[in-house]
Ligand binder design. Sequence first.
Ligand code: FE
Length: 246
Amino acid sequence: MSTSHHHHHGDGHGHHHDDHPYSHDPAAHNARMKSDSAYMEDTVERVEHDLDYYQVRVIALMNLLREKGLITIDEMRRHVEEIYSQTPLIGARVVARAWADPAFKERLLADPKAACDEMGIDTSSINKLVVLENTEKTHYMVVCTLCSCYPRALLGQPPTWYKSFPYRSKAVVDPRGALRDLGYDPPKEVELIVVDSNADCRYLILPRRPVGTEGMSEAELARLVNRDSMIGVAEAFTPSEFAAKA
Ligand code: FE
């Protein structure tokens, strides 16, 4: 396929292509992916990657779907709105209720989807949902070694580091190192268990309830639950950490 061909607009094909250094150059993309896997032993970084290549692809794909009449702009907008309506606040509500109500916690661990249903939270997009409780003895952390499987109905979209090669490989090879890269250093005596999520099964981590939260309301507790604690790469905020942040 000739590259120059695609740079001629108005060639009668009815397609509109953005001129962009990455848009027609799979070799450049492959080189990028290769350099990503070279980071395998590197540190897990929280920085967002350069998304130019993917932005151009997404726009091209959207235009194609629209031109072929497969989806309207309005349908795309509604779907994007649905995606953005999913945030870690949903998972935080679940965790806070489990902290506040031991009977609910038992139901949540036994049948996570039914427990979410009780709270009016729709988890129908998740096939199997597993909730794992972190304790002072056992710490679970979640990775998707294959791609980026994530309980989006409860946590929204995964952070970029979760999808990155360094996290996906290091979480398995050196989980403590991966946690340290992300700013969390659990005590040596804590047993680390890495769970690998996939298309079939998604995990929600129930972080430990912070000390000094006795008598707090569910809404107050929910504010202490952060996204990373529900992936198992951090603890929930203590009340003083939360106060310092606010
Ligand atoms: Fe995945």
